[in-house]
Design a protein around this ligand. Structure first.
Ligand SMILES: Cc1cc2nc3c(=O)[nH]c(=O)nc-3n(C[C@H](O)[C@H](O)[C@H](O)COP(=O)(O)O)c2cc1C
Length: 194
């Protein structure tokens, strides 16, 4: 084969190689791992899984404490409810213990917490992710960190928690914004299918 025809051959293979790359991402499972004390984050994780599934991606929704090996996944989404400015320890531990594997993968993070009407980050005074975990997030370089409205069920929380909620005047009820969650999940699917 002449040098010129070798170059033409390589150029002709390019679309195939790009296509192959795309297929690899599509074939691998997307992990959605979450920590949830009273079920709000679990519901959000399930919704994200449902949307990604509808978008043609393979998904696995798992409690953070059940995750062992992250290397088998094509992408990872991790979320937690916020408690006094912190992530629940299972979700924080997942980030800490798997920092290396996560820094090699496309990762999306989300927190849920604020209750009441209005923009969630206005409600939290621009807080969206615990300060303590920021050095790890800097290593992982997530594609995005989202903040969603949460849910507080006064029938589920303890007496002490009720007092804490009352002290900061946080409204109780289910404020999860399914439209915002669906839009975010669709953006993840679009990024993975590119
Ligand atoms: C004791 C307590 C402390 C909380 N602290 C915060 C907080 O600091 N910031 C926030 O935005 N939401 C806070 N929330 C709201 C929770 O993050 C919200 O209820 C979340 O959706 C819970 O998720 P989960 O049910 O998956 O654990 C708190 C709720 C409780 C009961």
């Amino acid at each position: 084969m002449s040098r010129a025809s070798k170059i033409v051959f390589k150029l002709n293979s390019l679309p195939y190689l790009i296509q192959k790359e795309k297929k690899i991402t599509m074939e691998k499972t997307v992990l959605i791992a979450y920590a949830s004390k009273y079920g709000a984050t679990a519901g959000i994780a399930e919704k994200i899984g449902e949307v990604l599934g509808q978008e043609g991606l393979k998904v696995e929704v798992l409690q953070a404490r059940r995750v062992s090996d992250l290397n088998t996944y094509g992408a990872v989404v991790i979320g937690s409810g916020i408690y006094i400015g912190q992530w629940l320890k299972e979700a924080a531990a997942l980030l800490q213990d798997h920092e290396q594997a996560l820094s090699r993968q496309p990762v999306w993070l989300f927190s849920d917490g604020p209750t009441g009407a209005g923009d969630p980050s206005t409600l939290t005074q621009e807080f969206r992710f615990p300060e303590k975990l920021k050095p790890i997030a800097d290593q992982i370089e997530p594609r995005d960190i989202a903040l969603f409205h949460g849910m507080i069920d006064p029938k589920k929380i303890s007496f002490i928690e009720k007092m804490a909620i009352k002290a900061v005047k946080a409204p109780t009820g289910d404020f999860r914004d399914w439209t915002a969650i669906t839009t975010w999940a669709k953006a993840i699917a679009d990024a993975l299918k590119k």
